[in-house]
Write a protein that binds this ligand. Structure first.
Ligand code: FAD
Length: 467
């Protein structure tokens, strides 16, 4: 059965996973159709995720850095924030990237079909768009439908004062007092932005630490800094009720101090994301989807149906753009008949907060939980010349080594630019580098990258005193 359009490879969803897969498959000679329900390509990451958040975080960093320079002898006046101009700058950054994707698709003859796509059979998708319905028949499909924010039943999500990360990035106003529900990466990044813009921020986290995936010692410098800046950070606390009142949102907390209430102007709900796997008619294609909406895949990104692949947030954690991109390349290459599999040893995670928190490979707490024999080198940035000259000495670079082979198996870094620094260790882990390889690599002085070198030397015992 042939649809209105036929594709050798159809890709459902144009986020970082989807557009990468579509472009790669086209570059490998496949005739590709890309289905997207939004007007703009790029998915969550480009439109309402990674990119707009980083644009706003840059503005936040400039604001807080100029504030803090006063202590080093250079004072500026209070920042004047023109919210409309800031918003349009952020939108401009997004527009450049998403518009660029249209050109890249055209250049490769990738046909973009706009509308909501659902499977209608093992080789057919039905797309409902503004201009009606289009059927797309396909030889192979790549599902890249992504994820969306989790909502909670006791929260009045239709109240405009309750927002998710997309609402927070819209930058409608600067609330006086905002509660960030969820102390994970996304919530804390947005907290960082609104704090810099002048909002008094409270964070509420269920676990006993913020960014629960990272080691406690690595999160501590961030915790120390934001504890000073924010109004409150409630750990081991859950929100049990939210009442919309004329005067604000009345929130009930249950935590170590018992049951308390407080009233906020805005509530940012950032308690996680759920996959979109349940809303695309996978049963009609015979593709298995789990209870939560994730689509199980093998190491070639194939679903239980050999000609249908899945990538990105819809296949599981970590829900990160660079993982989606990597999986997109694997799926496209396998679809084009190449021998390829997902065999990455590490997927780095980064919170672009101030300071940044980054980790890759095994964390120290995981290594302990697994009973691994490991050693570590942890270099405090207070002994880094570059760190001190930035006026920021709270960072730590920690490397985890296999005790038997001395190979590096994990890294965690906190401090300004930790997200960039972690890439070196990700490469080292992929290449099977050991402590001597890192310790004997000449790093440029004075840079923060030296802290990676010093951490390896600390493990080896070649640095014992720090000054
Ligand atoms: P998505 O980007 O979710 O794209 C899926 C696309 O599929 C969407 O465009 C959607 O409209 C479309 N779609 C879904 N269903 C259908 C359908 N039925 N028909 C047609 N189209 C459909 N990750 C990082 O690595 N670094 C960061 O700094 C970072 N920051 C983030 C900040 C925020 C605020 C958020 C929310 C996320 C952030 N992420 C970050 C996560 C990152 O955005 C996701 O991991 C990434 O976008 C996943 O890519 P994807 O291709 O799987 O899907």
């Amino acid at each position: 059965q042939t649809g209105d359009v036929h594709a050798e490879v159809v890709v459902l969803g144009s986020g970082p996973g989807g557009y990468t897969a579509a472009f790669r498959a086209a570059d490998l000679g496949k005739q590709v159709v890309l289905i997207e329900r939004n007007q703009r390509l790029g998915g969550v990451c480009l439109n309402v995720g990674c990119i707009p958040s980083k644009a706003l975080l840059h503005a936040a960093k400039v604001i807080t850095e100029t504030e803090e320079m006063a202590a080093h002898g250079v004072s500026f006046g209070a920042p004047k924030v023109d919210l409309d101009a800031l918003r349009s700058w952020k939108d401009g950054v997004v527009g450049k990237l998403t518009g660029g994707l249209d050109g890249l698709a055209k250049g490769r003859k990738v046909k973009v079909v706009r509308g909501e796509g659902v499977f209608d059979g093992p080789n057919m998708l039905r797309v409902t768009g503004a201009e009606g319905e289009t059927t797309v028949s396909f030889d192979q499909a790549i599902i890249a439908a992504g994820s969306e924010p989790v909502t909670l039943p006791f929260i009045p999500h239709d109240d405009p004062r309750v927002i998710d990360s997309t609402g927070a990035l819209e930058l409608a106003d600067i609330p006086k007092r905002m509660l960030v529900l969820g102390g994970g990466i996304i919530g804390l990044e947005m907290a960082c932005v609104y704090d810099a813009l002048g909002t008094r921020v409270t964070v509420c986290e269920l676990m006993d630490q913020i960014i629960p995936g990272a080691d406690k010692d690595i999160v501590k410098p961030l915790m120390t800094r934001i504890s000073k800046r924010y109004e409150a950070i409630h750990l081991k606390t859950k929100v049990t009720a939210v009442e919309a009142m004329d005067t604000g949102l009345k929130v009930t907390f249950e935590g170590p101090d018992g049951t308390t209430t407080d009233v906020f102007d805005k509530l940012l709900v950032s308690v996680g994301r759920r996959p979109n796997g349940k809303a695309i008619g996978l049963d009609r294609a015979g593709v298995t989807v789990d209870e939560r909406g994730f689509v199980p895949v093998d190491n070639q990104q194939r679903t239980n149906q050999g000609h249908i692949f899945a990538i990105g947030d819809v296949v599981g954690q970590p829900m990160l753009a660079h993982k989606a991109v990597h999986e997109g390349k694997v799926a496209a290459e396998v679809a084009a008949g190449h021998r390829r599999a997902f065999d990455a040893r590490v997927i780095p995670s980064v919170a672009y907060t101030d300071p940044e928190v980054a980790w890759a490979g095994i964390t120290e707490s995981e290594a302990k939980a697994k009973g691994l024999k490991f050693g570590k080198g942890a270099f405090p940035w207070a002994a880094s010349g570059r760190s001190l000259s930035l006026g920021r000495d709270e960072g730590i670079t920690k490397l985890i080594f296999d005790e038997e082979t001395d190979r590096v198996i994990g890294a965690a870094i906190v401090g300004p630019n930790a997200g960039d620094l972690i890439a070196e260790v990700a490469l080292a882990i992929e290449m099977g580098a050991d402590a001597t390889d890192i310790g004997h690599t000449i790093h440029p002085h004075p840079t923060l990258s030296e802290t990676v070198n010093f951490a390896a030397e600390m493990f080896e015992g070649t640095i014992t005193d720090l000054m």
